[in-house]
Write a protein that binds this ligand. Structure first.
Ligand SMILES: *[C@@H]1O[C@H](CO)[C@@H](O)[C@H](O)[C@H]1NC(C)=O
Ligand SMILES: *[C@@H]1O[C@H](CO)[C@@H](O)[C@H](O)[C@H]1NC(C)=O
Ligand SMILES: *[C@@H]1O[C@H](CO)[C@@H](O)[C@H](O)[C@H]1NC(C)=O
Ligand SMILES: *[C@@H]1O[C@H](CO)[C@@H](O)[C@H](O)[C@H]1NC(C)=O
Ligand SMILES: *[C@@H]1O[C@H](CO)[C@@H](O)[C@H](O)[C@H]1NC(C)=O
Ligand SMILES: *[C@@H]1O[C@H](CO)[C@@H](O)[C@H](O)[C@H]1NC(C)=O
Ligand SMILES: *[C@@H]1O[C@H](CO)[C@@H](O)[C@H](O)[C@H]1NC(C)=O
Ligand SMILES: *[C@@H]1O[C@H](CO)[C@@H](O)[C@H](O)[C@H]1NC(C)=O
Ligand SMILES: *[C@@H]1O[C@H](CO)[C@@H](O)[C@H](O)[C@H]1NC(C)=O
Ligand SMILES: *[C@@H]1O[C@H](CO)[C@@H](O)[C@H](O)[C@H]1NC(C)=O
Ligand SMILES: *[C@@H]1O[C@H](CO)[C@@H](O)[C@H](O)[C@H]1NC(C)=O
Ligand SMILES: [Zn+2]
Length: 708
């Protein structure tokens, strides 16, 4: 699910359920020694890289983007994926879960002006002759997954991005919210949290619109032609997506904490999905609705909040009370408990107790999904093909490789969460890392987010990949990344690594995306299509190829090398950065906590990680295979220590005490989340102090696992 907000400071966030976020807490990487070009590859690396072919990737992309594949709706595509992986030597199967989903039945929206005349937004994206899949008869309507089925009719209020701080501002301005419909702008927090915040303020419905201000200078107002004629956003674009309360609970809302089999008991889902209807709309549909608020309430400029005023012509982004304009909305959904299919493909390693999980979701909100998620799906087939080629030489991985094509990610990471819940006993013992690729390509700039033990290998492998970039050649992925980004992000949520990270399994998430001057990626829209990708997103599929080579070489080294390529000491600088961030937050909130337990736990971790590294080095120089295995197992296991059984305050699913999605962001990460949010949300120093102790304890457990 993944999207990016160009006006924010830095680029390089990845995950399909997300928008570009500030790269909080990231730790700039120091430029390392110059990288040689062409990269020097050994025999196996060369076999893998040479197997990559942009033309076959485009064939896989074409397949995935020419048939509807909403969650739970296309078993043929799941089986095709399994068959492809089998053809290349992976033992493949479908893992079926029965999950709660809802599908759109009908919807409508009507604006009634005070004089009684009306405007009916189309709620549709225009059909384009140039883009074949926009006219498919089984095109999926614009709707919100897990949205509430119902009608609402009332006056409405513009609520900015719909974050809690936006509602605080409205309350301070004395705007009445109770009984009204919220009109919110996309961007910032995960969309489900906008609906949650509206609901918690007594509002009875929520409309969310895309705003051209999030497209920077690449807009029709700046003279740039719109898709399909040019790279600007097609004005009728609608962003579909889930409105689950992602930061509270991902996965099937009716089976919290256990897997969804056909006969599983079903729990009440009312805390994890909205109770008020919502609809997504385009900016052209939003324009008259917002214009009807001009001159009523407080103007956008006077509201004076970042991101409040957008760029729709003739709109003042006023709060709107007293406009006497009324919205009537209807959103009718069909609730189902239905099978979904995760495709699982395995090559056993010689060490069966060491497993690498490589995942990408398959389901999309639209017939296309050329970026989200099927750029990743196409890459995964090409990866399977490359490993097939390598296996023909007699190569066998040291560690077991598990490829996963997740279903129902878009509704709320459902396929990966249910699978984790089924296999957690095995995963807790054997999982080394989760390598996640969702939107592999939506533009040309490489980006990574990862848990810290994967930073060193994540950077090293970039030096082995040739990265074609804006017409230049002879540069590695590392060169381009250092120039454009150079920071590895912290994992929040928004894609399928989440379930793993919150059980203490390390993960990396990767994807290439556009910068402020690049073609607009039509996130969760019909225009995220093969035609857009091959015309604007990645003509020639050359970035797909480079991204695929990166994931393949990373997987090769993690699954092959005798010394497991994880660096627990990578946590040391990160933990120190998070600690400094915490002290700044405390200052900002005038909170006083005793952080001594936390600082001594970080010091203990530093010392254990140092001992671990020296012992591993001496095991290697002494050629002591048994000791290498012991160290490999410690590297595999230590991060389990960061997961706390009871979970974070008020959200049991999220167990990682080092990083988590922010309660009111959904995508963007918060570090030392339990401590930080006890201050920033609960405003409770007693609670925060308790979590200082628990967080310190978790770090000490991780430290001791590196020692024993
Ligand atoms: C499933 O996807 C395939 C490939 O895109 C497509 O050919 C087929 O029509 C789809 N099936 C359904 C039921 O939509
Ligand atoms: C009613 O008000 C709307 C919005 O101000 C305006 O566009 C429309 O022309 C008006 N209709 C009539 C019949 O006056
Ligand atoms: C848009 O263009 C202006 C003028 O060239 C420039 O100052 C600004 O930084 C650009 N904005 C973005 C987001 O690129
Ligand atoms: C809206 O803002 C424009 C300036 O951007 C101003 O000229 C106009 O009067 C405003 N309209 C209302 C109804 O407040
Ligand atoms: C807007 O808010 C900032 C602080 O957040 C303040 O410095 C500034 O004076 C405010 N501007 C107006 C017009 O109220
Ligand atoms: C909800 O709104 C739709 C569309 O206006 C209408 O057809 C339907 O009868 C309404 N349902 C209820 C229960 O009011
Ligand atoms: C892989 O290992 C599992 C567990 O030991 C075993 O059940 C399975 O048959 C093996 N698969 C192959 C293809 O050897
Ligand atoms: C790029 O590298 C190749 C060798 O791989 C070399 O032949 C060529 O001259 C280089 N091109 C440029 C522009 O440096
Ligand atoms: C693959 O790349 C080559 C060289 O860049 C290009 O000529 C070709 O058109 C590409 N294939 C596809 C299917 O885009
Ligand atoms: C912290 O204290 C300062 C000075 O007393 C005050 O201006 C500020 O509003 C306080 N901040 C918070 C978040 O309470
Ligand atoms: C603050 O947290 C403590 C410890 O969990 C709890 O006992 C107390 O009730 C909380 N205070 C408030 C005002 O919620
Ligand atoms: Zn996605």
């Amino acid at each position: 699910m993944k999207l990016i907000l160009i006006l924010c400071a830095s680029i390089g966030a990845h995950a399909c359920q997300r928008e570009r976020v500030f790269r909080q807490h990231a730790h700039p990487t120091k430029r390392q020694a110059p990288v040689t070009f062409p990269p020097v590859l050994d025999t196996n690396e060369k076999i893998l890289v040479d197997s990559f072919d942009n033309t076959s990737i485009s064939t896989w992309s074409y397949y995935y983007t020419h048939g509807a594949h909403l969650a739970g709706r296309n078993k043929t595509m799941a089986q095709w994926t399994a068959d492809k992986w089998s053809e290349y030597g992976f033992t493949s199967r479908l893992d079926e879960y029965y999950v709660y989903l809802n599908y759109p039945v009908s919807h409508s929206l009507l604006l009634t002006y005070p004089n009684g005349s009306t405007f009916a937004p189309s709620l549709k994206e225009e059909v384009l002759a140039e883009d074949d899949t926009t006219s498919y008869p089984d095109s999926i309507p614009t709707f919100h997954g897990y949205s509430f089925s119902g009608n609402a009719s009332a006056e409405y209020v513009y609520v900015g991005r719909g974050q809690q701080v936006d509602f605080d501002r409205l309350e301070a301005l004395g705007v009445e919210l109770e009984g009204k419909i919220a009109v919110a702008k996309y961007g910032g927090p995960f969309r489900g949290l906008k609906v949650k915040n509206a609901q918690e303020h007594g509002m009875i419905g929520c409309i969310i619109f895309s705003d051209p201000s999030d497209d920077g200078n690449v807009t029709v107002f700046k003279g740039v032609a719109a898709y399909p004629d040019g790279p600007a956003r097609n004005p009728t674009t609608v962003q579909r997506g889930s409105v689950q309360f992602l930061s509270i609970y991902p996965g099937d809302p009716t089976t919290p904490g256990y897997t969804s089999k056909e006969d599983s008991p079903r729990a009440d889902k009312s805390n994890t999905a909205p109770h008020i209807p919502s609809l997504p709309i385009s900016w052209v549909d939003a324009q008259p609705i917002l214009q009807a608020l001009n001159g009523f309430g407080t103007t956008g400029t006077a509201v004076n909040r970042t991101g409040w005023v957008g760029a729709i012509p003739g709109v003042n982004y006023s709060t709107g009370q007293g406009s006497n304009a009324v919205l009537s909305m209807s959103n009718i959904m069909e609730d189902v408990t239905t099978p979904i299919w995760d495709v699982v493909g395995i090559i056993n390693g010689t060490n069966e107790d060491e497993v690498i999980i490589v995942g990408n979701h398959r389901d999309a909100w639209i017939v296309g999904g050329a970026a989200d998620p099927n750029s990743g799906s196409a890459v995964l087939i090409e990866l399977a093909k490359a490993f097939g080629k390598l296996a023909e030489t007699g190569w066998k991985p040291t560690r077991t490789i598990v490829l996963c094509s997740w279903d129902a990610e878009e509704y709320g990471l459902v396929g990966s969460t249910e699978w984790m819940e089924e296999y957690i006993p095995w995963l807790a013992e054997a999982a080394v890392s989760n390598l996640n690729i969702d939107v592999a390509v939506s533009g040309p700039i490489p980006g990574l987010s990862a848990t810290p033990e994967l930073h060193a290998i994540g950077v090293e492998i970039m030096k082995k990949v040739a990265w074609p970039y804006r017409g230049t050649t002879n540069r590695t992925m590392y060169d381009v990344w250092m120039e454009e980004d150079g920071e590895i992000g912290v994992l929040g949520s928004g894609s399928d690594y989440t379930a793993f990270v919150h059980r203490g399994i390390g993960a990396i998430d990767m994807g290439a995306e556009g910068g402020p001057e690049d073609p607009i990626y039509h996130y969760h829209s019909n225009y995220d299509s093969y035609h857009w990708m091959s015309t604007f997103g990645d003509p020639g599929f050359i970035t797909h190829k480079a991204m695929g080579e990166y994931l393949t070489l990373l997987l090769y080294h993690l699954s092959n090398d005798a010394v497991l390529a994880l660096d627990p000491a990578g946590y040391v600088p990160e933990l120190n950065t998070y600690y400094e961030d915490l002290t700044s937050t405390l200052e900002e909130y005038n909170a006083t906590l005793d952080l001594s337990e936390l600082s001594s736990a970080i010091a203990a971790f530093e010392s254990s990680a140092g001992e671990f590294t020296s012992l591993r080095e001496s095991a290697v120089s002494a050629n002591d295979a048994d000791l290498v295995t012991v160290q490999n197992h410690k590297a595999r296991d230590f991060s389990r220590g960061f997961a706390s059984q009871g979970g974070l305050p008020g959200r049991e699913f999220f167990q990682n005490l080092i990083f988590a999605p922010g309660l009111d962001t959904g995508y963007a990460p918060v570090t030392f989340p339990a401590i930080t949010e006890s201050i920033t949300f609960a405003g409770n120093e007693t609670l925060a102090q308790e979590w200082v102790g628990k967080t310190a304890k978790a770090i000490e457990v991780a430290a001791s696992m590196l020692k024993t």
